[in-house]
Design a protein around this ligand. Structure first.
Ligand code: THU
Length: 133
């Protein structure tokens, strides 16, 4: 599956988003080393803070199926510029993605910004900080 296909999957899965509050559907598509694609959409809740972003849904779906090696991800929303993942998702990504992994941020016109994990969350807090003292 090409970069374009991965972005198309991210755009498509927005249809499943549950967004009665923000009305802002987001889609994500995550490709594993084994070649599988896990998609995710945002799922909100009347208790706003317990909703979950599309990126984390896709990552948690994959992890729960035993997949933990990822090679690329696409994220899509109806934004003017390519969508920018929130800080919480960046932190989750940094736990599971290597620093050179590419993330394709896109909008519905498929205007795309390609970023590496380390660009999305530089100087991130991680496992090594917890266990370094
Ligand atoms: N959201 C995502 O799912 N991913 C992003 O990259 C940005 C924000 C969701 C959270 C919430 O459901 C809605 O978009 C508005 O913030």
């Amino acid at each position: 599956m090409s970069k374009i296909n991965l972005m198309e999957e991210a755009i498509k899965i927005r249809k499943s988003a549950y967004v009665p509050y923000s009305k802002f559907p987001v889609g994500a598509a995550l490709k594993t080393k084994s070649g599988k694609i896990y998609t995710g959409c945002n799922i909100e809740n009347a208790a706003y803070t317990v909703g979950c972003c599309a990126e984390r849904v896709a990552i948690f779906k994959a992890l729960s199926e035993g997949e933990n090696e990822f090679i690329e991800m696409a994220v899509a929303a109806d934004t003017e510029r390519p969508v920018s993942p929130c800080g919480a998702c960046r932190q989750v990504m940094s736990e599971f993605f290597n620093k050179n992994m590419k993330i394709y941020l896109t909008n519905l016109n498929q205007e795309t910004k390609v970023v590496k994990m380390e660009e999305l969350l530089p100087y991130s807090f991680g496992q090594r900080d917890l266990f370094s003292s």
